[in-house]
Design a protein around this ligand. Structure first.
Ligand code: GLN
Length: 203
C-alpha cells in the first residue's frame, strides 16, 4: 500500500488524487490518498504531490500550518515528490517573488507566469525524457524555469525553455499532468524507474 499525500491547502487537489489513483490502478498497486491540510500527516506519507493553484497562497498556508518544514524533511529522506506549476514554484530554490517562501526542494529558479496570463493557456504535445510518445501538456499561467543547477536533469523543454525537471527524488513540471487523463508522468515518478521502494515508509 502506497500512502500518497496531496498538499491540499489550495489548488487542484482532487485532480492529483484522481491521477495517482489511475496510475496506481494501471500498476495494480493499492494507494491511499491523504489530503494534507495540517502538520503531522506528511511524515506518514511515502510520496507527495504538490498541485497547481496559486503559489503565493500555497506558500503562506504551508508556512502558517508548519507543513513546509515537513515537506523539506520528506525530500531529505529521499522520498518522491511531483510538483506541478504553482507546486513547482513553491518547490523551487528561488521564485523571484518575495511573497513565495521557496522551499529549495529543487535547484532551479522560476519565473512565475512567464508563459502568460490565464487567457494565454495552451496545450502542447511535449517530448519528455523517459516517455515514448509526446505528453499532452496543459500550460496555465505557467512558470518558466530560468536557472537550472548542476545536479538537475531537464526532462522537457518548450520554446527553448525547460518545463520539466528532475532533481533527486523531486520531479517538477511547469504544466499540469493532473489535468489530463494521461497518467504517464505520475507513473514515471511514483511507480517506475528511479523510485526507491525502500523509501516508502508504510511498506
Ligand atoms: N502562475 C501561478 C502562480 O504563480 C501558477 C499557475 C498554476 O498553477 N496554474 O502561482
Amino acid at each position: 500500500m502506497l500512502r500518497a499525500g496531496v498538499v491540499a491547502v489550495q489548488g487542484d487537489v482532487s485532480e492529483h488524487a484522481d491521477a495517482i489513483r489511475r496510475a496506481a490502478d494501471a500498476h495494480g498497486e493499492d494507494v491511499e490518498v491523504v489530503e494534507i491540510r495540517q502538520s503531522g500527516r506528511v511524515p506518514d506519507c511515502d510520496v507527495l504531490l504538490m498541485p497547481g493553484g496559486e503559489s503565493t497562497a500555497i506558500s503562506r498556508l504551508l508556512a502558517r500550518e508548519g507543513i513546509d518544514e515537513e515537506i523539506v524533511e520528506h525530500v531529505e529522506r529521499g522520498k518522491p515528490v511531483l510538483a506541478t506549476c504553482a507546486g513547482l514554484i513553491v518547490a523551487s530554490r528561488d521564485a523571484q517573488d518575495d511573497r513565495v517562501d521557496a522551499l529549495s526542494l529543487v535547484d532551479v529558479s522560476v519565473n512565475r507566469n512567464a508563459f502568460g496570463r490565464q487567457v494565454d493557456s495552451f496545450e502542447a504535445p511535449l517530448e519528455v525524457t523517459g516517455l515514448d510518445e509526446p505528453f499532452p501538456a496543459v500550460f496555465i499561467r505557467a512558470p518558466a524555469i530560468d536557472d537550472v543547477g548542476e545536479g538537475v536533469e531537464v526532462l522537457a523543454e518548450w520554446d527553448g525553455r525547460p518545463v520539466a525537471i528532475r532533481d533527486g527524488p523531486v520531479v517538477g513540471t511547469s504544466f499540469h499532468p493532473e489535468l489530463t487523463t494521461d497518467s504517464r508522468l505520475h507513473d514515471m515518478v511514483f511507480f517506475e524507474g528511479d523510485v526507491e521502494v525502500g523509501a516508502r515508509a508504510s511498506d
